[in-house]
Design a protein around this ligand. Sequence first.
Ligand code: GDP
Ligand code: GDP
Length: 436
Amino acid sequence: MRKSVVAIVGRPNVGKSTIFNRLVGERISIVEDTPGVTRDRIYSEAEWLHSTFNVIDTGGIDISDEPLIVQVREQAQIAIEEADVIIFLVNGREGITAADEEVAKILYKSNKPVVLGVNKIDNYEMQELLYEFYALGFGQPYPISGTHGLGLGDLLDEVIKHFPEDLDDDEDEDRINFSLIGRPNVGKSSLVNAILGEERVIVSNIAGTTKDAVDTEFSKDNRKFKIIDTAGMRKRGKVYESTEKYSVLRALKAIERSDVVLVVIDADTGIIEQDKRIAGYAHEAGKAIVIVVNKWDAVDKEQDTMKKFEDDIRKQFQFLSYAPVVFLSALTTKRIHTLLPMVIEVSENHSKRVRTNLLNEVIEDALAMNPAPSIKGQKLKILYTTQVSTKPPTFVVFVNDPELMHFTYERFLENRIRDAFGFVGTPIKIYARQRK
Ligand code: GDP
Ligand code: GDP
């Protein structure tokens, strides 16, 4: 099920990023503690009462070399396209400006719910500044203070009232949802066309023909698939669509709704820093992953070219050691037929459950072969291991003291589990818990 998305719009300096950080702040600092992962600061999860949703700070999509009016228009457009509910933010101390009116004009034309937040109302005496904002035409303005954290509760109560109810309408347990991510021009849309053009692929719903116009459903050999955010791969043109932050935003949204993520690399240009960042998002989200090396036709091949390329991938994407690599060409369609079987395999591993007794045999053997080293004279004891969930497979190891579980030992156990049960293409998580 996808989460509702809330976008914050408003001209520069009204306090969008301050409010964004208020809503998601604690989560971002947790995420940034994860080594090797940098999370973009414009899209993140937030929580209010019983709702978990995602927030976009449209101000973070930097198109600042454009004139102010173009900037605010484009950012309002992003909000309309990407969000279920829009928080329109203004500065209570400055009154309504021409740029506010410009944003309002664009928001009127959409049929997305808009909640008006009047920021920088830092104390009760300033409440009277509120009234002039009724003139914007979005009903009751909500007074807030980003710096003092005031009024956000009432604003959010109103926001969550407008969340759509039918987000999980078409969940189909048998269908594999996957997305293709990668920097511009690696060949994502060519790959989609190549997949859909394969023999015996039956497309049932092409992007653009239905209400939810961004996904493509198809089946092959009686298996059902859905490509998430096909439209995001094809659109070009508007100023913001060429910014890296916007493509990251689209990618994060697509990853979230996927079971399997195809990380697409361009064999012709090789791996660059941006590829690693993008792959990092998929890894961090705990999705099944296949690394797809596209444009293999464009590479001059010698005997061990493929092996060298794979070695390079392993070196550069160390955090994706579990992900299989597929070499192919969307242009010539060579080896395209190997892709869907791989998607099926990693998806099955992602949702695999292993039997508890077998799991504990594997862990016992691992312990016997390589006992945990002592830490400060204390010895780790493993009492029992169990798989608590899937997607990704998650294991809890009950131990005498979790502090004694060093991450290198955890890695060793992970490798034993992988060797025994074959979790190709999926991350697995292991948590140590105390049991006396
Ligand atoms: P953005 O450009 O809309 O993202 O605005 P920022 O969040 O960067 O805020 C612009 C300026 O307004 C910063 O100096 C903030 O510290 C300040 N600011 C944000 N919220 C408040 C508030 O509630 N009260 C006051 N007094 N200042 C605020
Ligand atoms: P996207 O931006 O990731 O969706 O990339 P496109 O699918 O638009 O492809 C970008 C460019 O790469 C286009 O000119 C394609 O024709 C070209 N291209 C895509 N796949 C291949 C391939 O397998 N081999 C070669 N040589 N070119 C390709």
